[in-house]
Design a protein around this ligand. Sequence first.
Ligand code: ACO
Length: 329
Amino acid sequence: MLQLHKVSIIGSGSYVPEKVLANADLEKMVDTSDEWITTRTGIKERRIVENGVCTSDLATKAALKALASAKITPEQLDLIILGTATPDNIFPSTACQVHQKISASNAAAFDISAACCSFVYSLTVGYKMVSSGAYKNVLVIAADALTKLTDYTDRATCVLFGDGAGAVLLQPHEQGHELLYSYLGADGTGYEFMVLPAGGSQMPASHETVDQRLHYIKLRGREVFKFAVLKMAGLVNDAAKECNLSLDDIALIIPHQVNLRILEAAAERLNIPMDKIFVNIHKYGNTSSASIAIAFDEAKQSGRLKKDDIVVLVAFGGGLTWGVSVIRW
Ligand code: ACO
């Protein structure tokens, strides 16, 4: 029988662009207000890329930080997995761009597309690759430059998104921060809830698609809201049961930073206090694939993760997709 290895996170890093887009800036661009955005979403500002900067640039910066924190050189990597909803190109993969930019000459590389769940999906695939014994040094990156696909004439979407990247380095477990459990799911009947209609094989880019602004994100926010609250609460409950833990055993939940009201409603359903939910949406908005990876790195850097803490990463997003990972720190 296959001997499974335990898996550890041995390093992490994150990066957000320097340029800040505050609610006050958006007030000058569309018919909105700081008050509406703050009360409906919890977002005060977000970071956005400059012209000419793309997803692989963000991913590379986060990757180099994760490698430095893990004390691993790019040549030692044997696999790069990159989760993104905004690849540099439809093909080849953005993971291959990062491969080139960091000179990871011995690594295989591929992308994973699971919208806002791309980090947890990528982490889970990396976890299984290491636990099977197939790979030893696996770099998992999640990066998005969503503001490049955001319609800044559409107030319903343009207030929500920001750009950024996060990364972790996985290895077979000796000592360190062990990944205990991961679970993924999907429901394609919600495919239309969040979609970028044009630019793929279903609707190739044309003058018409550009005129109709179909190369920008379209969102059915109310449907997503209900789904996200129920899914977040259900996933945390189920993961605790699978790991033989009670909700009280969880030290910190790091959710996809989608909307403060969604996080508060899910915390209430779980009867978990908000100080156990990591929140940084006020600073970065929704960075999609990258949000949990950035939050995880911030939680680590700020000393929120203590030895033996149980940490739950929980994601839900376009597709629809969802996923949860449990870590013993
Ligand atoms: N400023 C002012 N008014 C606005 C804005 C804005 N930026 N955006 C919408 N409105 C208006 C609408 O036009 C509407 O006006 P009306 O009542 O006159 O028609 C009113 O505000 C209410 O609009 P709703 O869309 O119902 O607002 P809601 O309270 O649902 O908030 C939001 C919208 C924030 C998008 C919410 O639905 C949400 O968070 N949804 C889930 C998150 C989500 O979809 N995130 C996107 C990424 S997907 C993911 O990460 C999983």
